[in-house]
Design a protein around this ligand. Structure first.
Ligand SMILES: *[C@@H]1O[C@H](CO)[C@@H](O)[C@H](O)[C@H]1NC(C)=O
Ligand SMILES: *[C@@H]1O[C@H](CO)[C@@H](O)[C@H](O)[C@H]1NC(C)=O
Ligand SMILES: *[C@@H]1O[C@H](CO)[C@@H](O)[C@H](O)[C@H]1NC(C)=O
Length: 520
């Protein structure tokens, strides 16, 4: 009888695990961010949750448990400054923080003032159990968690980074953790180490003295009327800012480094990759199956259009590709004339399925984190041609891990690339290292998707997971640096000095007085 009860209990538990209402926001109008947002949503929907998704790229036939909040009118918020030609001619400084902050603020403001988002936020009857939002250089959207009075989770699309860990715990130590935009990974040279420190100090100063104020104002302007409507008062910005329950990181130790992380930072890198492999279209399958010497897959991602490539580089690439015996699969947005017989151009590429094919022997990429993750997932060596953002740091890291080589984006790209292709394919250690790292990547207690769902549910079930939060958040800087102790010691020292001096003076004066008396 007891056994029967137990079985029924197990059955009920399994089939009626609770469904939560989750709001997910990935407003950045860029393909790679969309892929990461779609991944989060896909896993949550599959786990039976009711998901509302703020996205600039709504899908056509969403499942019934997915409601999409369309912000596609904001897709043009990113100006087209990031193109290959401009980078090559050094016209844009893609690391310029002022320009960058203006762009990300425009995206954040645009999202919050979007009619569809406003409609959602203004509905006084709407509730959510959890808010999941991408971290992308602004933090104003945390007011949404205040509106629904629910816990929230950051999704970090990059390797662990001090700008985001500081929100739940501590800065990462600049002597052995990379700033994503500086382009180097540990071990650092003296110069690099100093650069890491100054960058952290400078960015902190910019945040404290400049951007925080602007963001706090936006937060107040946008969210106090919404809370007033619900009969509540908006909590202070800083209280909400340091109140995240969790960070879900698109990172994994096989790709990055063994970074010391707080308990509420969960690395689930690779969750965007589909668990079930999609099959290749028949023509591509034939091509890969029949490639006698193997296939080199070449793609510069979705933001950098190869069509912006200067003609001399294009023709140079075609020439050197033609001189190789391998089959080249080039993802390119336009058809090119005079293709050598071993070069094939495809405008759309099922990248994961291509990398999964055993005949794919090398991946030439810009080194975005999604592409490098996929290379490790499928165990393929890389040639990285970094162009902007975290790509330099990613590629530097891959090179140090021993499964990649770097080629600079320059007007001599074609020649440099040919030499590097020959080198990397001649030396079997690169492919072997890629396989080793792939093993480490896959050898986890659960799939990244399952882990993501588990931690999101854990936050709801434990009402914000306060037990995971770092006590470091509540220790002010002067206490962390023991400045109070230093002050105490200095005070003691001064006090002792004064007392000693007084004593010596006293003794001395008495002596003097005595001698004077004697002289008299
Ligand atoms: C909210 O719910 C209440 C009670 O169910 C209802 O009277 C009201 O019309 C709803 N408001 C909106 C904006 O849907
Ligand atoms: C964003 O919105 C805030 C307040 O609504 C405003 O003060 C600020 O100027 C806006 N910023 C941009 C870049 O549009
Ligand atoms: C901080 O988070 C906890 C748990 O999610 C929540 O109960 C509390 O209201 C939040 N505080 C503020 C100021 O938002």
């Amino acid at each position: 009888m007891n056994k029967l009860c137990f079985l029924i209990f197990v059955f009920l538990n399994a089939s009626f695990s609770e469904s939560y209402k989750i709001l997910v926001s990935f407003p950045v109008p860029s393909k790679s961010h969309k892929i990461l947002g779609d991944g989060v949503v896909r896993h949550l929907v599959k786990a039976g949750h009711e998901v509302t998704y703020i996205t600039p790229y709504p899908a056509n036939n969403p499942p019934s448990s997915l409601r999409q909040i369309d912000i596609s009118s904001d897709v043009n918020a990113f100006p087209d400054v990031i193109n290959l030609k401009a980078i090559l001619q050094k016209e844009v400084n893609v690391q310029d923080w002022r320009q960058f902050f203006a762009i990300v603020t425009r995206v954040a403001n645009g999202t919050l003032s979007n009619v569809n988002v406003q409609r959602l936020l203004n509905d006084p009857n709407e509730t959510f159990d959890l808010f999941i939002t991408e971290w992308f250089f602004t933090e104003v959207q945390i007011g949404i968690a205040a509106v629904y009075d629910c816990p929230y989770i950051w999704v970090s699309t990059i390797e662990p980074h001090w700008v985001i860990t500081r929100l739940v715990d501590e800065y990462l130590h600049p002597a052995y953790n990379s700033d994503m935009l500086l382009g180097s990974s540990p071990p650092f040279s003296f110069y690099e180490r100093v650069l890491q420190l100054t960058s952290q100090l400078m960015m902190t100063a910019i945040k404290v003295f400049y951007t925080n104020g602007i963001e706090e104002k936006t937060y107040t302007d946008v969210f106090s009327p919404l809370l007033a409507k619900r009969g509540k008062v908006l909590p202070p910005y800083n209280e909400v800012l340091y109140n995240a329950s969790l960070i879900i990181g698109n990172s994994h130790v096989s790709l990055g480094q063994a970074t010391r992380l707080p308990q509420n930072y969960k690395s689930v890198g690779g969750y965007h990759i589909d668990d079930v492999e999609t099959s290749l279209p028949e023509d591509l399958k034939q091509l890969l199956d029949n490639a006698k010497y193997g296939v080199i897959y070449f793609s510069m991602g979705s933001i950098l259009k190869s069509k912006d490539m200067p003609d001399e580089i294009k023709t140079g690439l075609l020439r050197i590709f033609g001189e190789l015996k391998y089959t080249i699969l080039w993802k390119f947005e336009e058809a090119l004339p005079n293709l050598p017989s071993n070069v094939h151009i495809i405008q759309w590429a099922p990248q994961q399925s291509i990398l999964a094919h055993p005949n794919c022997i090398l991946f030439i990429t810009h080194g975005g984190l999604l592409s490098t993750t996929e290379a490790i997932h499928f165990g393929k060596p890389i040639i990285g041609i970094p162009a902007f953002a975290d790509q330099f740091t990613n590629v530097d890291r891959m090179v140090k891990k021993g499964f990649a080589k770097k080629v600079d984006l320059s007007f001599t790209l074609a020649e440099d690339l040919k030499e590097t292709i020959v080198d990397i394919l001649k030396d079997p250690s690169y492919a072997k290292r890629a396989k080793e790292l792939s093993f480490i990547y896959h050898d986890r207690p659960a799939t990244p998707g399952a882990e993501l769902v588990h931690w999101a549910e854990h936050v709801v079930r434990t009402r914000g997971a306060p037990h995971l939060r770092s006590p470091a958040l509540h220790v002010p800087l002067h206490q962390k640096c023991y400045l109070d102790l230093v002050a105490l010691l200095v005070a003691c020292f001064i006090l002792i000095r004064i007392v000693l001096r007084k004593l010596i003076n006293l003794l001395f004066n008495r002596k003097k007085a005595v001698t004077k008396k004697k002289q008299n």
